[in-house]
Write a protein that binds this ligand. Structure first.
Ligand SMILES: Cc1cc2nc3c(=O)[nH]c(=O)nc-3n(C[C@H](O)[C@H](O)[C@H](O)COP(=O)(O)O)c2cc1C
Length: 205
């Protein structure tokens, strides 16, 4: 009986060894890859010689999901741009011209305060910068972030989600306001598939 148990045990070990040997070194295409640690996902980032930051603002979670997908695909570090005072539902009411977002977006000089800063920003050469489209452009909190954190000389790739508007005006506005940044063409990430996102990020750096 003991020999039988030992046989079963050895068989299980042998099967496990074969299974491990067949595991791909980069599991990025596996369904669970996104949930794996940054150690696996870091590979593409390091291979291309650039350290990637995925900085984003998201008021209701849609852009946040896209940011997470980019971080999974690139091995980049996620950084959430947090308003010092979070936006309430009433703040986000674009039908109300007195709401906080309407007032901020009507004043190009508004710079809503943010809490915190990304650590060791100088180490990153590529920054994905994400936001929801507000009034056809980037929320002014993105201006606050850019002005509080030097992105000069870095490659910055805007991405956004929207209710249907394009990202074009946001990209044009940002390029005009901050010409010293090496802007890449931005991309609207409404309803992109995981594969489309991987292909896009792979072509960026
Ligand atoms: C104040 C405000 C203004 C908006 N303006 C636009 C707009 O001009 N065009 C558009 O397509 N969607 C607009 N939207 C919709 C958001 O862009 C869209 O819901 C986005 O996916 C939200 O992203 P988030 O969940 O990351 O905040 C607006 C939303 C808010 C709250």
């Amino acid at each position: 009986m003991n020999r039988f148990i030992a046989f079963i045990f050895v068989s299980i070990l042998a099967l496990a060894a074969v299974a491990c040997a067949q595991t791909k070194p980069n599991a990025a295409s596996d369904a669970n890859a996104g949930k794996e640690t940054a150690a696996v996902d870091k590979a593409p980032s390091e291979a291309s010689g650039s350290k990637i930051l995925v900085a984003y603002f998201s008021a209701t979670g849609v852009t946040e999901k896209a940011a997470q997908q980019i971080a999974d695909a690139t091995g980049g570090t996620l950084y959430k741009i947090q308003p010092e005072t979070p936006y309430s539902d009433a703040d986000l009411d674009w039908h109300n011209e007195q709401s906080r977002s309407s007032v901020e977006m009507a004043d190009k000089a508004s710079r809503p305060a943010i809490a915190g800063k990304p650590e060791k920003l100088e180490e990153y050469s590529v920054v994905y910068l994400g936001f929801p489209i507000w009034w056809y452009t980037a929320p002014t909190i993105i201006n606050t972030f850019i002005e509080a954190n030097s992105l000069n000389g870095k490659t910055v790739i805007p991405f956004a989600t929207s209710g249907g508007s394009t990202i074009d005006k946001a990209c044009a506005d940002l390029k005009t306001a901050y010409p010293e940044i090496n802007w890449k063409e931005g991309r609207l990430l409404n309803r992109v598939t995981e594969q489309e996102l991987k292909d896009w990020t792979a072509s960026q750096h």
